[in-house]
Design a binder for this molecule. Structure first.
Ligand SMILES: [Zn+2]
Ligand SMILES: [Zn+2]
Length: 324
């Protein structure tokens, strides 16, 4: 071949392509972030353990406990039930678990599977119930439509007693064995009783949820409570940092001015709390979730609006709009 007829071939880039780093555990995203049915962290841990074919106890004692230097969680003598309610809460346990699992799974937004984003506006008292609660109709619908059965954070809150979709009280005991089910168990199967293996969803396809006789005022309060918690969960599950410190006190001050023309004693009467309790909240302590919701209910102000002031308030409202 003469020099003038040489072919020109494509050029090859022989540099090694950069490969993304992989996470230590599977990159399993929590279910329902940005919706009222965002998964709880205990539910997420159970699902992650299942994906890795290990028990949650092994995952926590061998992987989490050494990383957060808490041998307490590694002890076989400790029941998971000794700290499983705290995992979904707003204290140090929740914070340690969120940080560790975010690092190990490379997933963001795990704080939204706990109450950590609420820690500056409410406290731990009567926050997370001691065992699971569930709506059998939600379980059945998810199962029938092929959606993943999961444990929403919403149902783990003590203040939430009904399913708004199905107008039913949440169930607290297995219908077959009558036992309560812990948030984290050694052999979890979402939607099934950890004691007797019974499916916890409603079984009869044709039956409809029964309407229990509930006093109208109680029902109205329950519906309001769940709707408002749903709205805030949908919004805060996407936040990367908690609702700021001082937000609650600012909102209270704003409403004292607006509702009672600056007279705190009159305002305390309006929201049915004593003056000293109101003072504590104005000075930085937080009411429990039930009381926080009760204040908003008395003021006829949606809880999301009550917690949404200037600056971050707009952000929370925008997130809530996006979640709808
Ligand atoms: Zn339901
Ligand atoms: Zn059972």
């Amino acid at each position: 071949m003469s020099l003038s007829r040489r072919a020109t071939y494509e050029s090859w880039d022989l540099r090694c392509p950069s490969t993304p780093t992989h996470s230590y555990f599977y990159h399993l995203n929590p279910i329902g972030v940005g919706t009222p049915y965002v998964e709880s962290l205990t539910g997420y841990i159970a699902r992650l353990a299942r994906e890795h074919c290990v028990r949650p106890r092994a995952l926590i004692s061998r992987e989490v406990a050494p990383r957060i230097r808490k041998p307490y969680y590694a002890s076989d003598r400790r029941s998971l039930n000794a700290f499983d309610t705290a995992i979904n809460g707003l204290g140090t346990t929740a914070s340690n678990f969120v940080m560790t699992f975010e690092r190990l799974t490379d997933c963001a937004h795990l704080s939204g599977t706990t109450m950590l984003n609420w820690k500056n506006v409410t406290n731990y008292r009567s926050l997370i119930r001691g065992s699971k609660a569930w709506c059998p109709w939600c379980y059945r619908n998810w199962s029938a439509t092929g959606k993943p059965i999961h444990d929403p954070l919403l149902w783990s809150l003590e203040a939430v007693k009904i399913c708004r979709r199905h107008r039913q009280w949440l169930r607290l005991q297995c219908l077959r064995c009558s036992r309560r089910i812990h948030h984290l168990v050694s052999r979890p199967t979402p939607g099934y009783c950890s004691w007797c293996g019974q499916f916890l969803g409603a079984r009869d396809k044709t039956a409809r949820p029964s309407q229990k006789i509930i006093p109208k005022t109680e029902w109205k309060w329950q519906l309001w409570t769940v709707r408002n918690v749903e709205e805030i969960l949908a919004a805060t599950s996407r936040l990367t940092s908690p609702i700021p410190v001082g937000h609650l006190a600012q909102s209270l001050e704003l409403h004292i001015d607006k509702v009672s023309h600056g007279r705190a004693t009159k305002f305390a009467e309006r929201i049915s709390v004593d003056r000293s309790t109101l003072n504590q909240w104005l000075n930085g302590s937080s009411p429990n979730l039930r009381n926080l919701l009760w204040i908003c209910y008395q003021l006829k102000v949606p809880a999301l609006q009550f917690l949404s002031l200037a600056n971050t308030g707009q952000r929370i409202r925008t997130l809530a709009k996006d979640a709808k």
